[in-house]
Structures are given as C-alpha cells and as structure tokens.
Write a protein that binds this ligand. Structure first.
Ligand code: TXA
Ligand code: MG
Length: 333
C-alpha cells in the first residue's frame, strides 16, 4: 500500500507500524529504504527475510536530525573519533553513512553480529518526519537497507518498491529520490577513515571536511566487514550490462546493422543505428543528473524486455566515481 509521505496521518500510521515490529518502506534522498525498529532483533529479522539477504550482512541504522540524532548517536555508538565528528558536522543530514564502533548490547541483529554499526542521518523531509515520530514512540533508529530484493537494483520511487515487494508492504511516497545512488560509506572504526562505497559526497569532500586522507582497506589490513553494497556483482538488472567507450558502442551498432534487436543503449554520445528496434536513451553530461536517473533507467530497460544494456563508460573524474562504481558492479553480474 502506497501512502502519501507528506500526510501527518500516514507518518503516524507508519511510526506505529514500526513501533509494533512491522516493516515500512520510506524515501530518502538517495534511494528508498526498507525500515524496521533497529533495536528489535525480531523486526530486523523481518527485513532479512523480505529481502532474501544473508543475516550476517549488516544494515545501516537511520537516525533523526538535531538533538534526537545526538541522543541516538550516543545510544548506538561508542564516542566517535575526531574525524568522524567532523564528517557528521559537515554532512548530516545528508547522503553519508559512517561505520563506527557499536555500543555493546544494542542493535546486534541489525549489525549482523559485527561490533561496528553503520549510522546515517538522511536529509529527506519524509524520512526525517518518520524518524522524529518514531523517536517520540521510543524507537531510537530505523534499520534500512535499500528496499529491493538482494542483489537487485535499488528503488528510487515508491512504485519501484512496490514492484519489489508487492502491495502488502506499507510504502511512504516521497517522490523520486534526488541523489539516486546509495550513500557514500566511510568506515571510521579503524583509526583512519576508509571509503567503503563511493556516492554523491566525493572522496575530496570527505578528505577536506574530515581533515584526514582516506586510506585504503588494504593498507589498514583489518578484516573486511561484510558489505553487500561492496560485493563485486551487485545492483544488477535482468538484462546483461556491458560498459564500453563511445567508439566501441558505435562499432557494435554498425556491425549488427539493421538486424539489431533487444538492445538498449545509454550514452552521452549521440550514436546511430540502422535498426528501429534499438532502445536509446541519453545519459546526462552531468554526474549528479546521471546518478539520479541511473537505477530508474536500468529498471525501465528491463521493463522493455531487452536482453542487453550497452552503457557508455562514464568519464574518469572524481564526480563520476559513484556512477562508475554502480555500473561496474552491474556489468560484473
Ligand atoms: O543510501 C543508503 O545508504 C541507503 C538508504 C536507504 O539509506 N541504504 C543502503 O543500505 O544502501 P544497504 O543495506 O543496501 O547498503 C548498506 C551497506 C551494505 O553494503 C552493508 O553491508 C554496509 O552498508 N554496512 C552496514 N553496516 C555495516 C557495518 N557495520 N560494517 C560494514 N559495512 C556495513
Ligand atoms: Mg542495497
């Protein structure tokens, strides 16, 4: 059931559902999340079951902004290192998740049994209204993975969530997500910041605000936390994705000629095909605009029943790192 997320009655119903151990999907500025009370192991088990996700893959916990957020931080996390506090001040609420040391005894199921916890304070007004209403009912935070079945493309509209889980699930509609790819994840639990997943907030922004260079996981050598968003093959549509430069794309279309069919192309460069049966969409020249469209475009191509999705390789600069990462993973599936 899709409810208008701007309606106070809908927020109230959703918050009560969550307090009672149920699941509610909610919009964030990145993608839609599948929420449950982070402190209830039974409610969190419902997320793993619905997604078909292995229960040792940790979930992000979403917290409210302002004073409630400060309280929630103290509830879920051990005191933050200095650089993490700087990142909180610079980017919350916003599309940044921090992995920090977990307060012993809280949200164990949500953390997949690890002694760290992923925390994020989303900027979307509907998410914030829901988190505030939940806090008022004694729910400190919402575990919220992307609201898709395991391994599939993240949803950026309420309709996408319904495609994934059907009409039983309560979905708060907050419109199309503005960022379109999942939050940047920085691991702050290893003494120095480590980028686990690139997103809209770039490497350079994190280094500038945190006052420390990002280190690589390899350099720090600590065991890798399980992070499904960092699995090589992930975010996959049903059609096979291939990444190519514009020249290779055009050659491919030329070779197939008038007989080309069942292929969708997403490119910044304008390409020509002698076939009427090629589905072509323009990739924006701007990284943020491309990120906003990425998952919806992949879903749309799938819905048109194509077998192959050919994508022009995004530019190599830092602003495109998040989009390149998701496309590379989609192509690896
Ligand atoms: O933008 C987002 O982050 C969205 C929205 C809904 O907030 N959420 C999201 O959640 O992408 P999910 O579960 O699909 O991806 C979260 C990633 C996973 O790769 C998970 O393994 C990792 O964060 N993660 C969560 N807690 C962790 C922890 N304690 N240690 C290491 N990785 C963690
Ligand atoms: Mg996900």
């Amino acid at each position: 059931m899709i409810l208008d997320g701007t309606s106070p009655a809908a927020i109230d119903q959703a918050a009560r559902t969550l307090r009672d151990g149920g699941l509610v999907a909610f919009p964030t500025e990145t993608v839609y999340g599948l929420g449950a009370d982070a402190s209830s192991d039974a409610a969190v088990a419902g997320i793993f079951a619905a997604k078909g996700r292995p229960s040792d893959h940790p979930l992000i916990v979403h917290v409210a902004a302002g004073a409630r957020g400060t309280e929630a931080l103290a509830h879920f996390a051990r005191p933050l290192p200095d650089f993490a506090q700087k990142l909180v001040r610079a980017f919350w609420p916003g599309p940044l998740t921090l992995i920090v040391e977990r307060q012993p005894g809280v949200a164990a199921a949500s953390a997949g049994g690890q002694d760290t916890i992923g925390l994020r304070c989303p900027a979307h007004p509907v998410a914030q209204a829901l988190l505030a209403a939940c806090a008022g009912l004694g729910v400190h935070g919402l575990s919220g993975p992307s609201a898709n079945r395991f391994g599939r493309v993240s949803p950026t509209t309420a309709a996408h969530v319904q495609e994934e889980f059907g009409d039983e699930l309560l979905v708060l509609d907050g419109g199309a997500c503005e960022v379109g790819i999942e939050s940047t994840i920085v691991d702050c639990s290893r003494g120095a910041p480590v980028l686990l997943r690139p997103g809209a907030i770039t490497r350079n922004q994190i280094e500038a605000a945190g006052g420390e260079p990002l280190r690589s996981k390899e350099v720090l050598g600590a065991p890798d936390p399980r992070a499904s968003g960092t699995l090589e093959a992930h975010y996959a549509p049903s059609a096979k994705v291939r990444l190519m430069d514009a020249k290779a794309l055009q050659t491919g279309l030329d070779v197939l000629g008038a007989n080309a069919a069942n292929i969708a192309v997403w490119s910044r460069t304008v390409l020509s095909s002698r076939s009427q049966r090629i589905v072509q969409r323009r990739m924006p020249d701007d990284a943020a605009a491309a990120a906003q469209q990425l998952f919806a475009v992949l879903r749309d191509f799938d819905a048109q029943g194509v077998k192959l999705i050919w994508v022009e390789m995004p530019p190599a600069d830092a602003a495109w790192e998040g989009v390149r990462d998701r496309l590379t993973r989609a192509a690896a599936a």
